[in-house]
Design a protein around this ligand. Structure first.
Ligand code: NAD
Ligand code: UDP
Length: 335
């Protein structure tokens, strides 16, 4: 049984990845400071998998503790999810974002080095591409993030590349996620944002459950089929399985950058329609001006993931919406 250290393992993507890891025969060792998740998620993962989880409340800046955990559990690789992800907050509080996402990662990498562990899978984001110059977005599309959150992701990518240049023993995989949505089909774990959701699908599901009166649609004058923004939504379970592939292949990955998306874009109105069908709820919405910094359309070219990982997304938007609704209706106020 291979032990894998999961930073941010009680968060949205981390928790789903832990479930998939266990189901693939791995043993996740979770560390999280619970700044954006709850301890209860560990119980939920245990309930889904029937397996006892090792969890330590720990900040990624705590180098000594991480070094100890890696050695104590003989971890064979790290999947690094921990970080802040709210674009708006990153614009108003850049230091908080550079400190947690960049300095935090440097501490983690330092702890790994001291413990003699040199294998890491990193959660990056399609945000690093910025405004698309061409579509679909391939991994060699130029990077030019338009917000500070994206800049912190790019900074970490660059640090990882430099580490590999200095010491080619490192094995590194950078995963650039498109728009993760959906939930585990048990309804026990899902996206559970604190406060007012920034992202589209948690907002829609909170409208459906009566927590919000209506959705504001940011812009209906884009150059898209119906005027609303288009994104590549990917089911979190497909995304989680992409991480299993990265772990399976880690010994051959020398700084590989890989998109995880479906290759198809859907508009805001199409997502609403699909969610209404899955939930049998009407979603009230109002059109508002464009959100600052939003791009019109983006979607991935996922062919590199297919080639290197033999991975492709399998679940469609109907599945995504059904699973979001099951999660939200079973947990109307979150966990
Ligand atoms: P999340 O907030 O649900 O999970 C992140 C977890 O990290 C949380 O449980 C939080 O408590 C923990 N954490 C934050 N700072 C920490 C620290 N200093 N020490 C220890 N734990 C800490 O977010 P998520 O949606 O699961 O995202 C996971 C990763 O994927 C993040 O790095 C995010 O930037 C990246 N990502 C997310 C998306 C998305 O849309 N959800 C898209 C692209 C990339
Ligand atoms: N969106 C919206 N209302 C919201 C949240 C999002 O209209 O309350 C739109 C947003 O303008 C974009 C799409 O939904 O076109 C996806 O936004 P999200 O924030 O989920 O992802 P990102 O913009 O980071 O890709």
């Amino acid at each position: 049984m291979k032990n894998i250290l999961i930073t941010g393992g009680t968060g949205y993507i981390g928790s789903h990845t832990c479930v998939e890891l266990i189901e693939s025969g791995y043993n996740p060792i979770i560390i999280d400071n619970l700044s954006n998740s709850k301890r209860k998620i560990v119980d939920r993962i245990e309930k889904i998998t029937g397996k006892k989880i090792i969890f330590e409340k720990c900040d990624i800046s705590d180098k000594k503790n991480i070094e100890r955990i890696i050695k104590e559990f003989n971890c064979e690789a790290v999947i690094h999810f921990a970080g802040f992800k709210a674009v708006g907050e990153s614009q108003t509080n850049p230091l908080m974002y550079y400190k947690n996402n960049v300095s935090g990662t440097i501490n983690l990498l330092d702890a790994m080095k001291s413990a003699g562990l040199k294998k890491i899978v990193f959660s990056s984001s399609a945000t690093v591409y910025g405004k698309p110059k061409f579509l679909p977005l391939t991994e060699d599309h130029p990077v030019s993030p338009e917000n500070i959150y994206g800049k912190t992701k790019l900074a970490v990518e660059n640090i990882l590349r430099d580490i590999f240049i200095a010491d080619p023993d490192w094995r590194i995989c950078i995963l650039r996620y498109f728009n993760p949505v959906g939930a585990h089909n048990s309804g026990l774990i899902g996206d559970d944002p604190k406060g007012i959701p920034n992202n589209l699908m948690p907002f829609i599901s909170q409208v459906a459950v009566g927590r919000r009166s209506h959705l504001n649609i940011w812009g209906n004058d884009y150059n898209t089929n119906d005027g609303t923004g288009v994104r590549d939504y990917i089911h979190v379970i497909d995304l989680a399985q992409g991480h299993i592939k990265a772990i399976e292949k880690i010994n051959s990955l020398k700084g590989a950058v890989i998109n995880l998306g479906t290759g198809r874009g859907y508009s805001v109105l199409e997502m609403i329609q699909s969610f209404e069908k899955a939930s049998a709820k009407k979603i009230k919405y109002e059109f508002r001006p464009r959100r600052d910094g939003d791009i019109e359309i983006n979607y991935a070219d996922p062919s590199k993931a297919k080639e290197i990982f033999n991975w492709e997304a399998k679940l469609d938007i109907n599945e995504m919406c059904k699973d979001i609704w099951r999660w939200q209706s079973m947990n109307p106020k979150g966990v």
